[in-house]
Design a protein around this ligand. Structure first.
Ligand SMILES: Cc1cc2nc3c(=O)[nH]c(=O)nc-3n(C[C@H](O)[C@H](O)[C@H](O)COP(=O)(O)OP(=O)(O)OC[C@H]3O[C@@H](n4cnc5c(N)ncnc54)[C@H](O)[C@@H]3O)c2cc1C
Length: 475
């Protein structure tokens, strides 16, 4: 690609090929020869094109963008696999996503980047079942489940006006472009809902557990921009799970990258600019990499603050969002429902926020004859042991589905996720500039919206910004 050779800073260009698809095969982290840090030894660190730090969705999106522009890169990941917060473990034949996560098919950036067909997306029911006053009540999308929705008009989850308001809120969200939504005037979601005229009843029984579960924020203090964005995506698309677990999403992005371009178990500990535009990245094992084109830091917000010490702007003061996901196994023929529906706690009591039978949505999430039960709590429950937490969940759900059913469930595992999402209460800036200084760029959900889509957008933007600075692409 001729443009590349014209614009490259002086360095070893051997990894660039004139063919459309480059192949860059860095050695594994353990193979790279350590670079002594003593100035007497005039070190010459291994060179790469762009170094991307962090292989979550943002880092993978940045890598895919560079790759499709034929720009060589090396993607460093501290852990043992790609995906970041979007990972799945296989335990006793069950697919355990690291926390309850839903992929909404209408995410605009995801639509451009992912191959939905090969993700084999399994759909949720478009609505929810709400536990309130000892019973379950359905809230359904009238466009997809008309009769369920009509039947729910008189239930005690909200007034008739509330249910009509859901329709007008949908029109309101659909009438705005994504760009307008993320830069609109903002208030906390709770204030928006009250302003739109929703009653305390529907806010407490539906919006708090539903959107509070999405934002890990039961007070609904999260920006109305995020509420509008998610509401619009929910109106336009389906809630789904990939048949092979949520990690199938980052794995698909990683599979498109050149072999050898991802280095696992490679934690970056510092990024040094040395007054040059070719920053050096030091790894935990002492190795140093020199990037020829720039560094993209694609780590989660707390890790970015540490890694960029002083360079990343003010340290966030608002507490991050945390969650615990508690998994159980059950016999498939003994579960109380067969529908792929999300259950919400509308009672205002207890610790369970939402739960569902994952194998009802995607049978592949468990072995034959077994069901996977996924229960989500908001907060970290520090000081409560895993067993005690599971016991409290069982007690509570006995009140939902009956002792006989729930006492049979076997506890599989808890996932406590301290940093599930950055805090996105107003004031927010969902279009933060990815460029920190020349040669140094950042991406991650804390720069856009705390969603899969926001992470993908931010990764692309960081790569675009770097390419623009290097004059590799016409922007
Ligand atoms: C439980 C849970 C549920 C969620 N549910 C949804 C949902 O339903 N829908 C939705 O849209 N979004 C959801 N999200 C949010 C979504 O997962 C995130 O917004 C998104 O995955 C963030 O991606 P990222 O690339 O910005 O960050 P991350 O995924 O955090 O990736 C950062 C990567 O950087 C690596 N790293 C960190 N430090 C270093 C270092 N020094 N050197 C090398 N590598 C490093 C990390 O190991 C990690 O792999 C959920 C998140 C959680 C935790």
């Amino acid at each position: 690609m001729t443009i590349i050779t014209l614009s490259l800073p002086c360095s070893n260009l051997s990894f660039l090929s004139s063919s459309k698809q480059f192949r860059f095969h860095p050695k594994s982290s353990t193979q790279l020869s350590p670079t002594p840090s003593s100035p007497l030894q005039t070190p010459s660190p291994p060179k790469t094109g762009v170094v991307i730090i962090g292989a979550g969705l943002a880092g993978l999106a940045a890598a895919n963008h560079l790759n499709s522009n034929n720009i060589p890169f090396l993607l460093l990941e501290a852990s043992d696999a790609v995906g970041g917060r979007v990972r799945t473990d296989i335990v006793d034949g069950f697919l355990l996503d690291r926390g309850f996560q839903i992929f909404i098919t209408a995410y605009p950036e995801a639509q451009k980047l992912l191959n939905y067909e090969s993700l084999n997306l399994q759909k949720f029911y478009s609505g929810a079942r709400i536990f309130y006053d000892g019973q379950f009540y359905t809230v359904a999308d009238p466009l997809r489940h008309f009769w369920d929705s009509a039947k729910s008009l008189t239930n005690p989850i909200g007034s008739l006006l509330d249910k009509l308001l859901i329709g007008s809120t949908r029109i309101r969200a659909l009438s705005k472009s994504d760009e307008e939504i993320i830069s609109a005037e903002e208030v906390p979601t709770i204030d928006l809902l009250k302003k739109l005229g929703f009653s305390d009843s529907i806010i407490g029984k539906f919006f708090r557990p539903f959107f509070g579960g999405i934002f890990f924020d039961p007070e609904l203090q999260t920006t109305s921009r995020l509420f509008d964005f998610i509401f619009k995506c929910l109106a336009l698309g389906d809630n789904t799970l990939p048949a092979n677990g949520i990690s199938a999403i980052p794995e698909q992005l990683a599979a498109r990258l050149p072999s050898g371009s991802i280095l696992l178990n490679a934690k970056a500990v510092s990024v040094d600019l040395d007054n040059s535009e070719t920053p050096r990245v030091r790894l935990q094992n002492g190795e140093v990499l020199r990037s020829e084109l720039g560094v993209i830091v694609a780590v989660e917000e707390p890790a970015a603050v540490q890694l960029l010490a002083g360079r990343s702007g003010p340290v966030p003061k608002k507490p991050a969002r945390s969650t615990v996901c508690v998994y159980f196994s059950a016999n498939r023929d003994e579960i109380p429902v067969r529908e792929p529906v999300l259950f919400l706690n509308g009672s205002g009591k207890g610790i369970v926020n939402n739960m569902f039978f994952a194998t009802n949505v995607a049978p592949s999430y468990g072995p034959a004859h077994k069901s996977l039960v996924s229960v989500s709590l908001i907060g970290l429950f520090e000081g409560v042991s895993d067993d005690e937490l599971a016991g409290r969940v069982v007690e509570e759900l006995c009140g939902w589905f009956g002792e006989k059913t729930v006492r049979e469930w076997k506890h599989l595992r808890n996932y406590r996720i301290e940093f599930a999402q950055p805090n996105q209460c107003p004031p927010t800036d969902l279009k933060k500039n990815p460029k920190l200084e020349s040669g140094l760029y950042v991406c991650g959900d804390y720069l856009t919206s705390a969603t899969f889509d926001g992470a993908l957008v931010s990764g692309r933007r960081a790569a675009e910004s770097l390419l623009k600075d290097r004059a590799f692409a016409p922007f």
